[in-house]
Design a protein around this ligand. Sequence first.
Ligand SMILES: [Zn+2]
Ligand SMILES: [Zn+2]
Length: 367
Amino acid sequence: MFLPSFLVVLVLAALVVASDFYKILDVHKSASDKDIRTAYKRLSKKYHPDKNKDPGAENRFVDIARAYEVLSDPTKRQIYDRHGEEGLKAHEGGQNQPNPFDVFSNFFGGQHQQQVRRGPSSLTEFEVSLADIYQGASIDFMIKKRILCDHCRGSGAASDGDIHTCTGCNGAGVKLVKQQIFPGMFAQSQVTCNECSGRGKVIKKVCPHCHGHKVVDHTAHYTLEVTPGMPEGHEVVFEGEADESPDWEPGNVVLRVRSKKEKGGWRRKETSLYWKETIGVDEALLGFERNITLLDGSNLELKRKGVTQPGFVQVIKGEGMPSFGRRDVKGDLFVEYNVVLPVEVSPELRRKLTDAFRQPSSTHDEL
Ligand SMILES: [Zn+2]
Ligand SMILES: [Zn+2]
């Protein structure tokens, strides 16, 4: 009984040695921090033993946590890239690796949440035509932003070998300086290291791609999905798409959707739509049938019998803006009538109108 189990242990050990953290997270060796976070987010949920009851899921979960723990830490990742897992173990010097469940709960904001520095978010007012809000639309747009330099992965150095521990502070980022307060009396104080600006590291040769700035300008393309009936001022969040920096997790790009002011055309208030229709005096008096073009290009027949007063508002149920999230339920359409009078009245028409309107006592008008 002893021998077979011993063999199993050997086989497992061999597997562990061969593990490739990049493969485990299913990312490329040049993956950005964000790629690694995204991969961890996806895989850790998929293999969490609470959800995934497949045999082996728990082992996968543990491996995924370990891979993430290493690759999300710039120092550990660098050591791993250069010296493999053995080198990393030497570096960790038998320190306990974090519990994979802690890694998971930290990542998803559990009780001991890590303090992640967030970069600034951006808020942009984004104008959309009412027709797009009525029907829904996919609108492509671009944003100029800064992204981590893909050549140096945000280190600012030409290669990993060009990053050296600062000799001024031995990597501590601070220096102890002796200051003379009175003759013969010294005080020791801690100041930020001037040679590395407190980073603890100095770069001997800067990255030729970003000139050591760590980030580069980039034009990113996105698509805004406008859902029918999207409320005025609705905010659409593109998570983690703001400026990147090695010092923070990028903030969000937020678009605040507004409808474009359209001259003399449609107006919208929540799910109500407003339209002004101009009719002639004959139509105002005698009634009419006419078509208007709705925001999706379809026609709607307006019909009135009898007299329509100037400023009269006709309510057409269910022809307004779709409700947000329930496009089949629409608000109402309010059509306000504007009556135009003719600029001139011909003598003949004048006679007829006089006949029509002033029949009993019209004679004195026709001198
Ligand atoms: Zn660079
Ligand atoms: Zn220093």
